[in-house]
Design a protein around this ligand. Structure first.
Ligand code: HEM
Length: 407
């Protein structure tokens, strides 16, 4: 594939804002997607581990983690859409080719995801009180985990196939015979996939610190349980962090030839330092994690660490496509559209911000108060604002659509 052919595959309409905007948003939302995926996988695994345990601590944690996993799947899906949008805007020649080459799997992705989510719900329906009754039907949770991992593997393969334009013809027409059925996944790098999956352990450890702090804030009296959760969180972070870094090292050693520069790059070093700093954070904070927001801060630091890892991953893609294939994502033709750019940021910052602030505040305060929870008048006003903003957004959306259509 010559650079000219790659450029010819671009959308001739150009992009509605500077490509850097899409690249930065792509990294940020990818990191958030990863955080949700990793909490989802970690919480589901802890549920499976704890539900069938004789220990009441494990069963209590399993009950809490089942609720977490259920919600994390939906967050992972919703936030997964965002990097999908950004990657297909600036890397469309690569992303669409990779998707068409494995079209069956792109559609199969959705079927497997639905099946995986349903399997998790079946486990949930079978287990009303894990704490009292123990777990039932673990096979459903196991199936759910396997299907969700399969979904991740498909995305991994699609994201990596796009980095090998030199192989596309061989995949599309093996030995010169065209095979357009899209039945195969053509490329994967297991250490890279396992690196992102293994990070579930430290990320879930960081999540457990937050869970523990939340219980403390709600006046939890079971000190033994809090101590136990802390020990588990610590082990997940330390052991999981070290294992992830080791798997990351294997990924670096198995990088294809055109990407070997990455292993000794400043980007890789920054990602490594960020990961190690997050893993070491609880050891530095010690008992401060029991006061203020420090207990939650560990997960916040984890999210920042994932942004650094996401930025390094983006540099691997950007530089590989530029250096080896002459494709510069930054020189995309800009067809500046201020309306859609500002609508995006207003939706994200104002509508999303106010609505999320309301939902999170209510959920938070309800969990921290004893007895019947009544929101304060300020919180209620934020709720009214969020409904108003959503209505205004919807009206604006259709109004502009009709205006453009009628012109
Ligand atoms: C629920 C199970 C899922 C798992 C376990 C999962 C896991 C992963 C992993 C491991 C990666 C990194 C791949 C790599 O760089 O090698 C990834 C990337 C990605 N995921 Fe997910 N994912 C899941 C669901 C989704 C869904 C439902 C969407 C979209 C709606 C999605 C969209 C994406 C996108 C767009 C990327 C790549 C972004 C880029 O290349 O910049 N994922 N996912």
């Amino acid at each position: 594939m010559t650079p000219e052919m790659l450029y010819a595959l671009r959308d001739q309409a150009g992009v509605p804002s500077h490509p850097l905007v899409f690249l930065v948003l792509g990294v940020l939302t990818f990191a958030l997607h990863m955080a949700a995926v990793q909490v989802m996988l970690g919480a589901a695994s802890l549920t499976l581990r704890g539900a069938f345990s004789a220990s009441t601590h494990w069963r209590r944690l399993a009950a809490a983690m089942l609720v977490t996993a259920k919600i994390a799947v939906s967050v992972a899906i919703v936030i997964g859409v965002a990097p999908l949008l950004f990657v297909q805007v600036v890397y469309d020649p690569f992303w669409y080719t990779s998707n068409v080459l494995s079209a069956w799997w792109v559609i199969g992705f959705i079927v497997l995801l639905i099946a995986g989510y349903i399997a998790m719900y079946i486990f949930y329906w079978k287990n009303h009180d894990i704490m009292a009754d123990g777990g039932r039907g673990g096979i459903w949770m196991l199936l759910s985990l396997a299907l969700l991992l399969a979904v991740g593997f498909i995305v991994h393969s699609l994201t990596n196939q796009m980095l090998f334009p030199e192989q596309w013809m061989a995949w599309y027409a093996p030995k010169g015979v065209v095979n357009p059925d899209g039945h195969s996944l053509h490329y994967w790098n297991l250490p890279r996939f396992l690196f992102f999956i293994a990070l579930s352990a430290p990320v879930t450890g960081a999540w457990l610190y937050g869970y523990r702090r939340y219980l403390q804030g709600g006046g939890e009296t079971d000190a033994a349980y809090l101590r136990w959760v802390r020990g588990l969180a610590q082990s997940l972070m330390l052991v999981g962090g070290v294992v992830s870094v080791l798997i990351g090292a294997v990924w670096m050693l198995t990088l294809p030839e055109k990407m070997t520069w990455f292993a000794s790059s400043v980007w890789m070093l920054m990602a490594l330092v960020a990961l190690l700093a997050v893993v070491a954070l609880p050891l530095v904070l010690r008992d401060r994690i029991d006061s203020g927001v420090w207990g939650y801060g560990i997960f916040g630091a984890g999210a920042l660490g994932l942004i650094v890892v996401g930025a390094a991953r983006e540099m691997l893609r950007f530089v590989t496509l530029l250096g080896s294939h002459g494709y510069d994502a930054m020189d995309y033709r800009i067809n500046m559209d201020w309306y859609s750019t500002s609508l995006f940021f207003v939706t994200f910052g104002v509508v999303g911000g106010v609505t999320l602030a309301y939902l999170l505040t209510v959920a938070w305060q309800a969990g921290q108060s004893k007895g019947l929870y009544t929101p304060s008048s300020t919180v209620t006003r934020i709720g009214q604002w969020s409904v108003g903003l959503l209505v205004a957004w919807t009206v604006l959306y259709f109004a502009v659509g009709f205006y453009v259509w009628a012109r």
